[in-house]
Design a protein around this ligand. Structure first.
Ligand code: 2HA
Ligand code: ZN
Length: 269
């Protein structure tokens, strides 16, 4: 059977990036079993032929009404699928869905009837908001980075901006490449509406959101951008933990050094 990616360089490039990032998530130990999710808005690649493709099965309810997504197309990791398998065979462990005109249901159009992640409603809700705000962010990534999740087990790190400031101060690149920092969502049941709502609220101020004792949720212009932000935050967390393992509390960059960096890179205050 011909893949939807054949002869579609732009779409294939985005799906290949998803596969590459899925491999990184697995290699880093952030994606045990079926842990984590990726969804990408690929509407810009939906040509006339794609728009005419018959669905692979009946419409399924999203579980939310998302007015900005009507006629939109998304690549989604499949439910119960593993990141390490997505890395090698993206179109067997993920699928492309079309949002129906009612804005409340979707159909799978390619390549196989792989049912999207159980978190599709929350991911699509975020995409709906990103479009509504005119943000050119096409990717959402949820993963379980070890050091960041470990740090979320300490109450002191869950106070507003404590972790952001600590991580920024570990190595200059962190603020440069994750300039809006890390929002915090107190523990909520995985896949719950409460978790999705709280995430949306934090995404107003941050590009990466920590889910206490669970993982992170990141948005980005593409999947690499979302991954890179989680990666730089995790690197900073590793530096903090390495210092602690050597038996000392790291000094962190000084306020003056942070101010100098913020001005030099024109970063938000
Ligand atoms: O879908 O990580 O939190 C797998 C998850 C849900
Ligand atoms: Zn998770």
């Amino acid at each position: 059977m011909k893949s939807i990616l054949e002869g579609r360089q732009g779409l294939a490039c985005e799906v290949n990036k998803v596969a590459e990032v899925a491999g990184y998530l697995w290699q880093k130990g952030w994606a045990e079993r079926n842990g984590g999710n990726i969804t990408i808005n690929v509407t810009e690649f939906a040509d006339d032929e794609i728009r005419r493709m018959p669905p692979l099965g009946e419409p399924k309810p999203i579980g939310a009404v998302l007015p900005h997504l009507s006629g939109g197309y998304f690549f989604c990791k499949g439910t119960q699928k593993r990141m390490r398998d997505l890395a090698r065979r993206p179109m067997e462990n993920g699928s492309i869905i079309r949002i129906c005109e009612d804005c409340a249901s979707y159909v799978i159009i390619a390549d196989q009837p792989v049912v999207p992640t159980s978190e599709v409603a929350s991911h699509l809700t975020v995409h709906n908001t990103l479009i509504a705000e005119g943000a050119c962010k096409k990717a959402t990534v949820h993963t379980h980075p070890i050091e960041l999740v470990a740090m979320s087990h300490a109450k002191k790190f869950l106070e507003k901006d404590v972790l952001t400031n600590l991580l920024w101060s570990m190595i200059p690149e962190t603020k440069a490449f994750c300039p809006r920092g890390l929002g915090i969502v107190p523990y909520k049941m995985p896949s719950s509406v409460e978790l999705a709502d709280a995430t949306l609220e934090e995404l107003k101020d941050y590009d990466v959101v920590m889910w206490e004792k669970h993982g992170v949720f990141a948005v980005g212009t593409d999947v690499m951008d979302a991954f890179d932000q989680v990666d730089v935050l995790t690197k900073a967390a590793q530096i903090y933990m390495s210092a602690r393992c050597m038996g000392f509390e790291p000094d962190g960059m000084s306020d003056a050094q942070m101010r100098e960096l913020t001005e030099a890179f024109h970063l938000p205050k």
